[in-house]
Design a protein around this ligand. Structure first.
Ligand SMILES: Nc1ncnc2c1ncn2[C@@H]1O[C@H](COP(=O)(O)OP(=O)(O)OP(=O)(O)O)[C@@H](O)[C@H]1O
Length: 274
């Protein structure tokens, strides 16, 4: 018999019961409920996040996509009225366990936000800040290497290599978003969460970020919230459709966009509502 795990809410659930993807997921959510005060925003989400793939979360405004994304690195901890129940694991370990330090967790599960939010510091310092607080480099040369590699991986190095001391806020919107991705990469995360990362960008900058996401999945597990269904179809391998706080259906992206099982999914992807 599968061992039951006590969750933060004291509810017994079976971890990783019957994996849908056939492999052990990088992250696994079971029965995740979120309340903001008395209002329930998520009604029991079960979702596996496969390793080194892009999982897209889609659905109409207010259905709980961002709330769910924030559960995956405990960003909801910072919202006083938010309460979460259920189980979320990273490599099989409960991320809400008392032993887990949320700051360390957020280094393993990084986040990129809707609006590029570089620190009001130099390009170099934007990248070196995380590695410094996590003690990832003991010498200047090591830090230089982390900064260079992170900017290279984020596809920004050639554009900024001669102006690393200039403020990050002086870059274009698309460059700032790539700087934020480089900043997330700098602490060697395993998972990167992206909350509508292109919504503030023009089509060219968006195309650049989408190409980058496709490259990044070689090394990272990515979860992306997007309102743009073409984008979900272009960048993700799996798609989960959320509606009114429920996860209605999840599957291979191609399948979800061509032969959805649930009529609510079909209604959304064909633009009938949302
Ligand atoms: N900090 C908060 N305090 C109170 N209620 C919140 C908070 N954040 C989200 N909510 C509520 O929870 C529900 C889900 O919101 P969430 O932002 O997760 O949805 P979403 O699907 O990401 O929406 P959108 O696509 O518009 O960003 C909504 O009813 C929203 O009003």
């Amino acid at each position: 018999m599968t061992a039951h795990t006590q969750t933060m809410a004291g509810i017994a659930v079976r971890p990783q019961a019957g994996t849908l993807t056939g492999t052990v997921p990088k992250m696994d959510a079971r029965g995740v409920k979120v309340y903001y005060g008395a209002k329930q925003a998520l009604k029991g989400i079960d979702l596996e996040i496969p390793e080194r793939q892009v999982t897209a979360l889609i659905g109409p405004s207010g259905c709980g996509k961002s709330t769910f994304l924030r559960c995956l690195n405990r960003m909801n901890d910072t919202i006083d009225i938010a309460r979460i129940e259920g189980l979320i694991t990273l490599d099989g370990q409960d991320i809400y366990d008392r032993e887990i330090d949320p700051v360390q967790l957020r280094a393993r599960v990084g986040m990129v936000f809707q609006k590029p939010n570089p620190f009001p510091k130099s390009i170099y310092d934007n990248i070196s800040y995380g590695p410094r607080i996590h003690g990832l480099a003991s010498r200047r040369e090591e830090m230089d290497e982390i900064v260079t590699k992170s900017l290279q991986r984020a596809g920004l190095w050639n554009e900024v290599k001669d102006r690393l001391k200039e403020p990050g806020t002086g870059l274009s919107g698309g460059q700032q978003q790539r700087l934020c991705i480089a900043r997330a990469i700098a602490v060697s995360p395993e998972v990167i969460l992206m909350d509508e990362p292109c919504s503030a960008l023009d089509p060219i900058a968006t195309a650049h970020i989408e190409e980058l996401i496709d490259e990044l999945r070689e090394n990272y597990t990515i979860v992306i919230v997007t309102h743009n269904m073409q984008q979900a179809a272009r960048v993700s391998q799996r798609t989960a459709f959320f509606h009114l706080g429920e996860m209605v259906e999840v599957g291979d992206t191609e399948e979800i966009f061509t032969t959805p099982r649930d009529e609510r999914t079909q209604g959304y992807i064909t633009g009938r509502y949302g």
